[in-house]
Design a protein around this ligand. Sequence first.
Ligand code: COA
Length: 230
Amino acid sequence: ARPAKRNAITVAMYEALTAALHAAITDEAVRAVVFLGADGVFTAGNDLKDFMANPPTGEDSAVFRLLQALVDCPKPLVAGVDGPAVGIGTTMLLHCDLVVASDRARFQMPFVKLGLVPEGASSVLLPARVGLQRASEWLLLGEPFSAQDAHAAGLVNAVVAPAEVDARAMAYAAALADRPPEAVRLAKSLLRDPQRQMVHEALAREGAIFIERLQAPEAHAAFMTFFTRK
Ligand code: COA
């Protein structure tokens, strides 16, 4: 929760998220993990100032370690999205098993607008999930889209009123926790394993280009445009 910056994620926040995820995986009492935003915002995505000050340099960088932890998490992941879900705020949902969005949620993957490229294995998972044509629109044009569009495309399970998002996400988690845990683990593994190698290869392919692009004049110009827009 970092409402003043719309929950934009810094390196320290990636590290905290990854540590929390690892703790949840090893704690036998934890049956599901829930991601929620704060103050009517899921997340504005990567903190762009932090991107310039502390850019990721390789696969062991904080953002990639979180993505790898999401991909390999054996326990069910649930997300409750209210308000903007930008960049990794949308791509991380591809690794969540159940997603509820509010009717005012706004999804956006503005990587290309920022001079960057898709991350989070979205270049392979998004076309598989929503079809190549829609994935091309969302990733190449990078315009925001609504919860209704995300629902129709199969990116979210349910759309509810903003006040109901947290409760619905927690209800999903409670229902998962109510199921026999070993069966849940095996079922999730059967659902995700066939794509796992492809997803890791996509993370590596995207990550190498993403790191290069962060130094590109196109990206620096786009970042400056954002910070001087007011
Ligand atoms: N990185 C760093 N700072 C960010 C940020 C980000 N990704 N997103 C928002 N902020 C900061 C703004 O600079 C602003 O800071 P200031 O008050 O010091 O000027 C503050 O958060 C509020 O942002 P603002 O744009 O005024 O809020 P909004 O409610 O009108 O819009 C968003 C919210 C999320 C739609 C909009 O901030 C946005 O599009 N952010 C950029 C998202 C982005 O490109 N992410 C990177 C994806 S790779």
